[in-house]
Write a protein of this length. Structure first.
Length: 552
């Protein structure tokens, strides 16, 4: 990656001060970037970006540094001429705007350093090179490449300025950063959505989040590298305030495209023959499942049902519904419903009061699947964080990672059908040599007995304790002593999951700041962040045997 050297950059920038909260800044031509210093505890500065005709071409919200610099973020100039900057907050407490540290530390440069400077950046989970990331968006598989788009703020490591970032992979472990896909336009910021492949084209659907939330589309003719926004946007509108996250798929029996949308605390279904004109079909959700927060990021797909003997016994439909707040341990989580879909209406087979969670950790949200995954697999990724503290976790250069890829199926327990979750087979392919001790990035396989206790720890006394109780059919993870838990009262916790039967083998995936636990048969998944001051390098298992593998 290109590297910037601050000492070689331009001298101190001089703003044009127009008032106690208002400045302008002339942008130097001949350099690729202006490097903006950020202070995360400051309030947002609103920046209108003007071109050579004094037309506003973009609006940014950036926490420009007042008295210290946490990090820098780049803005690519591309011929823009002027920043018109409005500061917010009480200037009597902050001092004269001309004295803000941002003017001393703002630089013009042809390069920007993206080298990792973070103790907690994962080694085999997807992360942005810099900036903030939340929901995975628009994921699809085409010509041997997995495409992952994501909610992205390139101008800070907290939520703001929603774009679509883009990364690609050939193995679901090693990701290559691609150029920005969508920037906000005058319909609004770019919220979550989906992509479908239609012949040689990739078509993206996303929410335009302006004064209202509307649905837009864009078309790519180069396998999702670049898109052209549809001139007829928006394609669907509503008078509802929460109207977002379109997820589109082809339904063969009716020969129509289907879109599922999150609308407040229900999901709405639409259909279309041409992807442009959409017909409302039905709604689902009233009185079903958990309604502790807003419903978001839906998905709808069919899965094979596997019997206890491993045989396929028909298929059922799954409606994925991410919710915030309302999760089983506070904040955000992924619930789902199992039933049938006829091209017009989803019918849940469970009683309305039944709530099913896909993952029983604190850090598993915005789960959606890849379109067109090979071998008829249903592969999903989640955002590995929680809205209760996502903006405060102890990283600065970047914030948030995605979970490892997971394959979904169905199993039955009692009278109910549940979604099974197993690490995608690409994770098994990444398994390397056996190790004697845990490392900062490894897989641990544990053969379980009826009562098993697992303790991961380091020399600083930081530890994570996991307990399995076969009699109660529960698995729990305690991260209250896991390391840095000070940044949020909601972070230290014990999470507990039902196991829907016995766990014979447990698979743990550890990667610097996360632990993902899976029943090897897929009946339980739990994802939790941890922030130890040094890696856990000791494991003690009572009532089981552990084998440790490196991740290649």
């Amino acid at each position: 990656m290109a590297v910037m050297t601050l000492t070689m950059a331009q001298a101190q920038v001089t703003p044009l001060v127009l008032g106690e909260k208002h400045t302008m800044l002339r942008l130097e031509q001949g350099k690729k970037y202006i490097l903006m210093p950020v202070q995360e505890t400051e309030e947002i500065a609103s920046i209108a970006v003007l071109d050579s005709k004094n037309d506003m071409v973009q609006r940014l919200n950036v926490k420009l540094a007042v008295d210290r610099v946490d990090y820098w973020v780049p803005y690519e100039l591309r011929g823009t001429r002027l920043f018109d900057i409005e500061f917010h907050g009480d200037r009597r407490q902050k001092g004269a705007v001309s004295e803000f540290v941002c003017w001393k530390e703002m630089k013009f440069s042809n390069t920007f350093d993206t080298a990792n400077r973070e103790h907690f950046r994962p080694l085999y989970h997807h992360t942005p090179l810099y900036g903030w990331m939340n929901d995975p968006n628009g994921m699809f598989y085409k010509d041997g490449v997995w495409h992952l788009y994501y909610q992205y703020n390139p101008y800070g490591s907290q939520w703001e300025n929603m774009h679509w970032g883009h990364s690609t992979s050939k193995d679901l472990l090693h990701w290559e950063a691609q150029p920005l896909t969508f920037e906000p336009d005058w319909l609004g910021s770019i919220f979550s959505g989906s992509c479908i492949t239609n012949g040689n084209e990739v078509v993206a659907f996303y929410t335009s989040a302006g004064m209202s939330q509307t649905q837009s589309m864009a078309v790519s003719k180069d396998n999702g590298r670049t898109f052209k926004k549809y001139e007829g946007n928006p394609v669907i509108t509503s008078d509802k305030p929460d109207f977002r996250d379109p997820n589109v798929f082809w339904y063969e029996p009716t020969k129509r495209w289907v879109m599922i949308l999150a609308v407040g605390q229900e999901m709405q279904l639409y259909s279309s023959a041409d992807l442009k004109a959409w017909k409302y079909e039905s709604s689902f959700g009233q009185e079903y499942g958990n309604h502790g927060g807003v419903w978001e990021c839906p998905d709808l797909f069919e899965l094979p049902l596997t019997s206890a003997k491993g045989q396929t016994e028909g298929k059922k439909w799954v409606l994925v519904c991410n919710i915030n707040p309302g999760g089983p341990f506070g904040g955000s989580a992924t619930q789902y419903f199992v039933g049938q879909f006829d091209g017009h209406k989803f019918t849940c087979e469970s009683m309305p009061k039944v709530t099913k969670w896909m993952d029983y950790g604190k850090d598993h949200y915005a789960t959606v699947s890849f379109y067109n995954a090979p071998e008829n697999r249903r592969v999903v990724l989640a955002w590995m964080s929680n809205w209760q503290y996502a903006n405060q976790v102890p990283t600065k250069q970047f914030r948030s990672a995605n979970s490892i890829a997971r394959d979904l199926g169905l199993f039955t327990c009692g009278e109910e059908t549940y979604v099974s979750v197993v690490p995608s087979k690409e994770m098994l392919a990444a398994r390397g040599a056996k190790l004697k001790k845990p490392t900062e990035a490894c897989e641990i396989v544990i053969d379980m007995k009826n009562q098993t206790e697992i303790v991961l720890s380091n020399a600083k006394g930081e530890q994570v304790t996991m307990t399995y109780d076969a009699a109660k059919q529960t698995f729990a993870m305690d991260r209250t002593k896991s390391g840095d838990v000070s940044f949020s009262e909601a972070f230290p916790c014990v999470t507990e999951a039902p196991t829907y039967g016995n766990i014979k083998q447990l698979r743990l995936f550890i990667d610097r700041c996360s632990i993902e636990a899976f029943d090897a048969d897929g009946k339980m998944a739990m994802t939790n962040l941890v922030f130890p001051s040094e890696p856990y390098n000791t494991i003690k298992v009572k009532g089981g045997k552990a084998t440790i593998y490196e991740i290649k």
